[in-house]
Design a protein around this ligand. Sequence first.
Ligand SMILES: *Cc1c(COP(=O)(O)O)cnc(C)c1O
Length: 379
Amino acid sequence: MSLNTSIRSKVWLSSPHMGGNEQSYVKEAFDTNWVAPLGPNVDQFEKAIENFIDNNVYAAALSSGTAAIHLALELLGVSRGDEVICQSFTFSASANPIMYLGATPVFVDSEKDTWNISPELLKQAIESRIANGKKPKAIVAVHLYGMPYKIAEIKEISEYYDIPVVEDSAEALGSSYNGVNCGSFGAIGILSFNGNKIITTSGGGALVSKNEDYKKRAVFLATQARDEAPHYQHSAVGYNYRMSNILAGIGRGQMEVLQDRVNARRFVYQTYFDQLSHLKEIEFLQEPTGYYSNRWLTCILTPSFETREEIRNVLLEHNIESRPLWKPMHLQPVFEKYINFSNGTSEDLFNRGLCLPSGSNLNIEDVNYIIALIKTVIS
Ligand SMILES: *Cc1c(COP(=O)(O)O)cnc(C)c1O
């Protein structure tokens, strides 16, 4: 295959992919003048999320996934001076809301099977913090890149120590474990509909729980905590975190194509896997038995930081976006002073790993082109 270097349009890591009906739901909002942070699109979008994840969950549509984590932690009683355990290998939005509440993060490293929070280290962290008189208030566990974390093990630890889990499913809508959808495992689950996620409202999120009171309380807090009264009366500090009815219209259209988007991303993953996994230099994160990933982003591990950078730069020269795996929170300047329980796994993943373009709207010629470029570096 000859690698044609003529000007090509930029290939993105993960770009929005509309389904077709989004604009009609948005138009409906305009036609009926529901241009507000409430209305029929918000209600129907929430119903669609509930129907998709599990008929026993309640969803509250919010302005972002970060807002959902903030409210989730507050609903679980996290306040100033508390400690909250957080998966270190994640995007900073998993940890920032701990800081908003004046609480202290305790970071826990990953295991190698799913790249998510290590049950062993989690147990060690909890025991150690209890021994110091600081029982953690909550655990933020993340299904990174769409791969579910060790659901059974984390649930057991959460129940044994009676510490609730905030299930960060921002990257995992459409993923499941033993046939049960992500978003329904924690005391509270959170979703993101940011522009680069598997489906998008351009910006948005949701809080999901089997406990209807959490939804009610989340909506209450997200709409400035207004008590029942003809005037504006407040007995709690509220937020302006509700999703707008316009954006929820986009969300309704996107929910109709969610499974198609998952299938397309899994196909992209499979294409990379089929053509690169025979190379001893390239490793993939495979699904353990019972795990189903939405394959939000396809990630590869290379032999070294240098090879990773070589691949990333070759792609960049060809106008193709790729990105190193998340830099762990315990190595971030803003968080490095906090306690962490690490085993080197996430640091190694960060050094050697690369996210490849994975959008559901990628064309297969582009994927094949990327594969060919990677092979030029490896051979
Ligand atoms: C995107 C993301 C979030 C935050 O969601 P926003 O909607 O962007 O606020 C939280 N956690 C993880 C793991 C994410 O990838």
